[in-house]
Each structure stands twice: as C-alpha cells, then as structure tokens.
Write a protein that binds this ligand. Structure first.
Ligand code: 5GP
Length: 122
C-alpha cells in the first residue's frame, strides 16, 4: 500500500462493501462497476483491489500478477460488452493536472457513441 493512500476514498469503501456499486466484473484482483455519473452510454470504471493511488503507483508497485489481472480484466470487460468493433476510449485521470477525483487508481472505459476529440489547449 502506498504511504499516501487514503483508505476513506469512495472506491476503498466500495471495495469494503460499505458503499454499493453496480458491479459488472469481479475477480481476485479486480473490480469493475458502472460509473455513477456516466459520460457515455457505456461508462465502466475498472479498479484494482490493491491500494494503489495512480497509474504510475500501480504500474511500479503492483505485483506482476495484479498488473496482468488488471489488463486481462479490461480486455474481458471490453469483450463481454462487445465494445471492440465500434471502439472505446480508456482514460486514467491522474493527480491535480489530470483531474483525478478519486485517489484510487481506476481506468474509465467510455463507449457506445463517438466520444469526441480529446480536449487540447487552445
Ligand atoms: P476521476 O475523475 O477520479 O477520474 O473519476 C472518478 C469517477 O468516479 C467519476 O466519473 C465519478 O462519477 C465516479 N464516482 C464517484 N463516486 C462514485 C460512486 O460512489 N460510485 C460510482 N459507481 N462511481 C463514482
């Protein structure tokens, strides 16, 4: 567990079963559920069960088994929801500049319509 990990963040509460979620996938290392405020017809959040804050924290500090499980789960969810043919967007907001609200590493899967261009600086 990262020294700065906030055990009271909302995804930690979901993992402990203290807050409900609309689960779409679960295995030993991974949980996925629908976003409570979807930005697309399909908006799924995929999180590791381990206490990792960010993509860099996860990729550096998680075990090979956890990293493999996370990306396998991502692929399985995309397959189960038939998202590959039309396409989808993966987003991992990180930190202040990345606009991360929940400090537990998560990947957004957005799909079901054209997601639109990435916002770039004008
Ligand atoms: P971030 O901005 O950290 O990348 O995204 C956090 C996401 O978590 C947001 O899209 C937000 O709607 C979602 N979220 C926040 N609280 C909850 C919750 O209690 N349940 C679910 N399912 N999603 C949540």
């Amino acid at each position: 567990m990262s020294i700065n990990y906030d055990i009271e963040n909302i995804f930690a509460k979901i993992l402990r079963g203290e807050v409900p979620c609309d689960k779409v996938y679960e295995d030993e290392h991974v949980l996925a559920f629908n976003d409570i405020a979807p930005h697309a017809p399909t908006h799924i959040l995929v999180i590791p069960k381990g206490k990792y804050i960010s993509a860099d924290d996860f990729s550096i500090n998680a075990s090979a088994e956890e990293v493999t499980a996370f990306f396998r789960a991502l692929g399985q969810i995309i397959k189960d929801h038939h998202l590959a043919q039309k396409g989808y967007r993966l987003i991992a907001n990180t930190g202040e500049h990345g606009g991360q609200e929940v400090p537990h590493f998560h990947m957004h899967i957005l799909a079901g319509e054209k997601i639109g261009p990435l916002r770039v600086k004008s």
